[in-house]
Design a protein around this ligand. Structure first.
Ligand code: PHE
Length: 345
């Protein structure tokens, strides 16, 4: 065998290896190829054995050729191994990616229920008018809820059919007025506060009544506070909440805790005052708000000198405010949690 034939054999082996490597797509296959060509009993070992058949002067040349052929195969193998490994990682990255944007429309962001929204709006408004926001408990004493508010023992609101009693001395508060009492008893004057929250009355459910509803109460106590201040405050707040075109109407009324007392109506939001079915053709939306000058007895019950100080108080149904503002004719809608209704606001 001469050098030329040996060279041909070597390049055939390289060609064969090259094809096999090109078509391999698994590391295991490549390892088999390595064994087949460069392994102990592989093709190269066989070629090396042929060296003894060459003339002595051709042996170094053939040695070089075999070495470089072997190197070439090894390079091809390494490159292919690298390629397969890279592909495997790429595939893995694609397959195992967590798509953090998936289901992006599944969870809708909601918003406050209309009542909480109205309550927050009222609180923000009064805060800008210089009022403190005060919280009170939903369960309070009969003393704070009635006695100290100057409610006579036989007042109908105190009846079991009107108020939920926990026992003889404790009630679910039937209005937010006990928060006035709690604030005045702290004795820090002057007072300018509002307090909003849940209230409870033993009412049958209908389109304007719910045994659980919401009120907001306001109280101002200082030297020289007058009815004019009360009217100014209410007029301003009504316009801010409902718009400038809203008019107010004041009617005399009676509350045990204020003297004189009044009730406030606002322009009917449906007909804008022209008269329609929902306002019984009066043009007014009724009884949105009650108020008056704090009864001197109430001030004295809380340890405030009624000769020196006067005050006004007002209370409103938050549910009614929300209903008037948004033209809702049934209070039950506010509590039904029907998404079709709630999503409109
Ligand atoms: N507490 C009264 C009610 O629930 C409302 C009110 C509050 C009236 C403060 C006057 C002053 O009807």
């Amino acid at each position: 065998m001469n050098l030329k034939e040996m060279q041909q054999l070597a390049s055939d082996v390289v060609k064969k290896a090259e094809d096999k490597i090109k078509n391999a797509d698994e590391l295991k296959t490549l390892n088999d190829i390595r064994v087949e060509f460069t392994g102990k009993k592989g093709e190269f070992t066989k070629l090396m054995k042929n060296m003894s058949l060459l003339d002595k002067q051709d042996k170094p040349e053939m040695g070089k050729i075999l070495n470089s052929s072997r190197q070439k195969i090894e390079q091809l193998l390494s490159a292919k191994i690298e390629e397969i490994k890279n592909n495997k990682i790429k595939k893995q990255i694609i397959e195992e990616t967590i798509d953090v944007t998936a289901n992006k429309n599944k969870h809708k962001i909601g918003h406050l229920n209309l009542i909480n929204e109205t309550m927050a709006e009222l609180e923000n408004l009064f805060r800008t008018m210089g009022f403190d926001i005060v919280e009170g408990p939903e369960i309070d004493t009969v003393k704070n809820s009635f006695d100290d508010l100057n409610s006579p023992k036989n007042h109908p609101a105190r009846d079991l059919t009107d108020t939920f009693y926990i026992n003889e001395e404790i009630v679910l508060r039937p209005h937010t007025s006990p928060v006035q009492i709690r604030t005045m008893k702290k004795g820090i004057l002057p007072i300018r506060m509002v307090s909003a929250g849940r209230t409870f009355r033993n009412d049958e459910v209908d389109n304007t009544h719910s045994p659980m509803f919401h009120q907001m109460e306001g109280l101002v106590v200082d030297e020289g506070v007058s009815m004019a201040n009360l009217k100014e405050t209410i007029d301003l707040f009504i316009k801010k909440i409902f718009g400038d075109e809203m008019k107010t109407r004041y009617r005399p009324h009676h509350f045990p805790f204020t003297e004189p007392s009044l009730e406030v109506d606002v322009t009917c939001p449906v007909c804008k005052g022209k008269g329609c079915e929902s306002c019984n053709n009066t043009g007014w939306s009724m009884e949105l708000l009650g108020g008056g000058m704090v009864h001197p007895k109430v001030l004295e019950n809380c340890g405030i000198d009624s000769e020196k100080y006067t005050g006004f108080a007002f209370g409103m149904g938050v549910d009614r405010i929300a209903m008037v503002k948004h033209g809702i004719d049934d209070i039950r809608l506010l509590y039904d949690n029907d998404m079709r209704f709630l999503e409109q606001f």
